[in-house]
Design a protein around this ligand. Sequence first.
Ligand SMILES: *Cc1c(COP(=O)(O)O)cnc(C)c1O
Length: 392
Amino acid sequence: MTIPVRFGPYGGRYVPETVIPALDELAAAYERLRDDTDFKAELASLLKDFVGRPTPLYRAGRLSEKLGGTTIYLKREDLAHTGAHKINNTVGQLMLAAKMGKARIIAETGAGQHGVATATAAALFGIPCAIYMGEKDIVRQELNVVRMKLLGAEVIPVSSGSRTLKDAMNEAIRDWVTNVENTYYVIGSVAGPAPYPAIVRDLQSVIGREARRQILEAEGRLPTELIACVGGGSNAMGLFAAFLDDGVRMTGVEAAGEGLDTGRHGASIERGERGVLHGSLSYVLQDAYGQILEAHSISAGLDYPGVGPEHSFLHDEGRVRYDSVTDAEALAAFTMLSQTEGIIPALESSHAIAYMVKHSDRFTADDLVIINLSGRGDKDVHQAARALGIMS
Ligand SMILES: *Cc1c(COP(=O)(O)O)cnc(C)c1O
């Protein structure tokens, strides 16, 4: 099967012409390697012994009871190495980079989570790595900056524009245009120009393949609904992909931030329009001129002004439903899961939990739900404590 360039009208390659040969080279390498026996065996071995897969599918008994008796399972991506699903993608892309003979890795990062996952995989493969990060984010996310440096990555501060993720994205693309011959650009979600959205989806789809096998083993039937948070959309696509051909309901939960009508949110599908970001056509938050607006969410990982093109397509097709929850609702779910199950979730993942809490009366005791717990909440405890008034 060839690698899709578009999902309906979405996707494509809205990039400078100079990088088209590099995208062609990547697509050709991926098409050749993805079915290669040695490549698959090496990736499987790294996912097992380095990442810690398969991650458990955990039956959240107390949460199920608390929310009216619907059986709820959590896919425990929080237990993967580095504490989130992002490592599934970066290990796979670093393997591609190594096989393609690339001598240098670049990436951009907002909160630093993708930067840390990329720096981790780059260290694993021994390839030098530079991470672009907005100056404002460097101040806000000091711990992740330290982690990247400890892992041997160079963190390049970006002082242009709003000094946040979108500016770091522009700088990373500029670097790639200049150094495209020897440099591999690691994109962190199901976004970017083709073939990235398909590659990242495939690398993350291990989540759904495992969950499918695990739920059949535990319950003897498929789930009735899947729920996942959506920033760029990679943990959601990773879970959904293995179930798209079944009749399973799927919900992607975006960040409503301080409220959809405040303008301070990250709900690109619910409130965005068709536009171009990060080299592809999708739903984005933009002004009348097509300039990208800043997103807002209490969770840094959902603070992205766009969404992967395949999600825009699945939305228009009606195959996946998209909804949103606010910062306050996510925070309440963060506390609830911590105290009901002894699991402190990432604030991103708390959005998926919050959707289930908010709509629990729509579910029955016959429903069987899998929620993707995309990451652990250690990184968020200070912010959550401040928001909850536990700590100043
Ligand atoms: C980055 C991140 C997300 C959002 O990214 P997606 O591509 O939408 O998955 C969600 N959860 C966690 C824990 C993250 O680190």
